[in-house]
Design a protein around this ligand. Structure first.
Ligand SMILES: *[C@@H]1O[C@H](CO)[C@@H](O)[C@H](O)[C@H]1NC(C)=O
Ligand SMILES: *[C@@H]1O[C@H](CO)[C@@H](O)[C@H](O)[C@H]1NC(C)=O
Ligand SMILES: *[C@@H]1O[C@H](CO)[C@@H](O)[C@H](O)[C@H]1NC(C)=O
Ligand SMILES: *[C@@H]1O[C@H](CO)[C@@H](O)[C@H](O)[C@H]1NC(C)=O
Ligand SMILES: *[C@@H]1O[C@H](CO)[C@@H](O)[C@H](O)[C@H]1NC(C)=O
Ligand SMILES: *[C@@H]1O[C@H](CO)[C@@H](O)[C@H](O)[C@H]1NC(C)=O
Ligand SMILES: *[C@@H]1O[C@H](CO)[C@@H](O)[C@H](O)[C@H]1NC(C)=O
Ligand SMILES: *[C@@H]1O[C@H](CO)[C@@H](O)[C@H](O)[C@H]1NC(C)=O
Length: 484
């Protein structure tokens, strides 16, 4: 009996794992230049299967034993002195060691960093996830995850990764202070504090709430729009909803309303797949929709002090976000810790202004901090999914499954639930011109197998799994439990 159960569970495992099919249609969002994060570029990221042993061996890092899980490819502007370049490189090593000591990373993180002259003299630097990857959360909603985090989930099959995880640039025109230099001057910027701050953005402290239109002043904020991209703005576009980041999913208003709910309400705008004649047709339809009001409301939250909070799990820690810059400031509002609240605290790192004339050592001393990664920031990173020694099993999203056309037409013996999806096509003058209706049948399922429901039913091998699951379920009860 035990060996039968073992063999059957092996079969179910094998058939289960072959059934996870990641959509070949998956779209990811890439940022190549962190100074231009407004519209990450949609790119296809079809499923790839990892060879079981190449997860980290390719960079020669042994997790657990390593003191630096960051692999930094560093470009230094030729006009910068070799000494400065070397010190900058050393700072990146140090930053990598800091993150490695607080996070339980199992897969190396690759950063493409450059120290180059930036056209905007006031910008010290900027960083972003090189790729945002859509994954399905426990609440069945699809959200964008930073690639560095997706790698830590170690999916054997996953959407294709970009060559690097984080892109970062720093302004070589700035007067930087490097740890170990003689006394810092009042106008110098501590380089180590700066790069650690920027890497946190690259690791996932990023929001998809951004202005949709180029209006000045900004008149609305929406989650990122998924519209079929076309360089020619006069070509027809297809609307595929608004999508938030995993960071965004934990933001609530001071009254406790989730920003996810605002994203959900924005998604009532029009059905998925709605076609518009061109981009301006889409924009005019959006401005005239009731959802436009939601986007104005979100803008108003982002400009009102103490109105946006990141609710960290499971400690229910509140992290007040920067919502006191008026007018809204792209790159500063929302994706930072509140300046009023956290400047001069152990969580000083993620405020949007870095004090000049302060070395990291002094900053830590002044703020009674033992680590540059403050306690609230650590909760935030744990909440979005990074493992730490105190939180070894963070929440893990799942891959978006592939619903092949074949499985849609499969008829089920036990099916009794019918759903109808309607695709509506709209043109510029806002009249509905075509309506396609499609009826699909969903099977009902017993609660015993509900945890594997989507995997069992949304593929072509569903019936095999169902039969095996039922027989294993029967054996499970007949034998009174698993015996190995
Ligand atoms: C890294 O950044 C440099 C400078 O911005 C760029 O030339 C290079 O292509 C980037 N490499 C990768 C792998 O993205
Ligand atoms: C975004 O749009 C593409 C089509 O352009 C679609 O295939 C994809 O599923 C959409 N992504 C999400 C997360 O809805
Ligand atoms: C979303 O917010 C609206 C308005 O505040 C509220 O009526 C609704 O119940 C909320 N929905 C969810 C799922 O929280
Ligand atoms: C949104 O609509 C409500 C009700 O129509 C209105 O009271 C509110 O002022 C509007 N908000 C904005 C930001 O326009
Ligand atoms: C933090 O301390 C510095 C130096 O004492 C001071 O200039 C700054 O205003 C303080 N920040 C806040 C938000 O109080
Ligand atoms: C740091 O600790 C000292 C001694 O406990 C205290 O006097 C000081 O106010 C603290 N500073 C901050 C910024 O909390
Ligand atoms: C299917 O649904 C109908 C209507 O809801 C119900 O009368 C019927 O009993 C159901 N059949 C089964 C097999 O559950
Ligand atoms: C507006 O709708 C009408 C009726 O469907 C259609 O004949 C006409 O071509 C549309 N106008 C434009 C500018 O698309």
């Amino acid at each position: 009996m035990p060996s039968i159960i073992y063999i059957i569970s092996l079969i179910i495992f094998l058939s289960w794992s072959r059934n996870i099919i990641v959509s070949a249609e998956t779209w990811c969002y890439d940022t190549v230049n962190p100074m231009d994060q407004d519209n990450p570029t949609p790119v296809r990221c079809p499923a790839v299967t990892e060879k079981s042993d190449n997860i980290y061996h390719d960079v020669g890092i042994n997790p657990g034993a390593s003191t630096n899980m960051f692999d930094i490819s560093f470009t230094c502007d030729p006009t910068t002195s070799q000494t400065t370049c070397d010190k900058a490189k050393e700072s990146f090593e140090k930053a990598g060691e800091i993150f490695t000591s607080v996070l339980s990373l199992n897969t190396p993180i690759r950063i493409n960093a450059s120290l180059i002259p930036l056209s905007d003299d006031t910008t010290l630097g900027s960083a972003a996830p090189a790729r945002l990857i859509p994954l399905k959360c426990k609440d069945k909603k699809i959200r964008n995850f930073p690639q560095s985090l997706v790698k830590q989930f170690q999916f054997s099959t996953h959407p294709e990764y970009a060559a690097v995880d984080i892109v970062a640039v720093f302004n070589s025109k700035c007067n930087f202070y490097f740890e170990g230099d003689p006394t810092i001057t009042p106008d110098q910027i501590g380089f180590l504090e700066l790069i650690v701050h920027e890497i946190v953005h690259g690791l996932g402290l990023v929001t998809n709430w951004k202005p949709l239109l180029n209006s000045k002043p900004v008149s609305e904020l929406t989650s990122a729009l998924n519209l079929t991209s076309n360089s020619d703005s006069t070509q027809p576009v297809v609307y595929y909803g608004f999508i938030e980041t995993i960071f965004d999913s934990f933001i609530v208003t001071n009254a406790g309303d989730k920003f996810s709910n605002f994203t959900e309400q924005l998604n009532d705008f029009t059905p998925y797949g709605t076609k518009f004649q061109d981009q301006s047709a889409f924009i005019s339809a959006f401005i005239n929709s009731p959802e436009y009001n939601i986007s104005q409301m979100v803008l108003s939250y982002s400009q009102t002090a103490y109105s946006m909070v990141f609710l960290a799990d499971p400690h229910s820690e509140l992290v007040w976000l920067e919502s006191n810059i008026n007018p809204y400031s792209k790159g500063s509002s929302i994706s930072h810790f509140s300046m009023e609240i956290y400047d001069n605290t152990t969580d000083f790192l993620m405020t949007y202004i870095q004090h000049p004339g302060r070395s990291l050592e002094t900053a830590l001393q002044q703020n009674n901090a033992t680590c540059i990664i403050g306690p609230k920031l650590l909760y935030l990173l744990e909440t979005i999914g990074y493992a730490t020694p105190n939180n070894p099993n963070p929440q893990k999203p799942s891959l978006i499954e592939f619903h092949s056309t074949k499985s849609k037409t499969t008829s089920w013996k036990n099916s009794n639930t019918t759903t109808t999806t309607t695709t509506t096509t709209t043109d510029t003058n806002d009249t509905i011109t075509t309506t396609d209706s499609q009826t699909t049948t969903k099977p009902t399922t017993s609660s015993l197998f509900s945890s594997t429901e989507s995997i069992i039913f949304n593929n072509n091998y569903g019936w095999i799994n169902l039969v095996i699951s039922l027989s294993v379920g029967g054996l499970f009860f007949a034998s009174g439990g698993w015996i190995f």
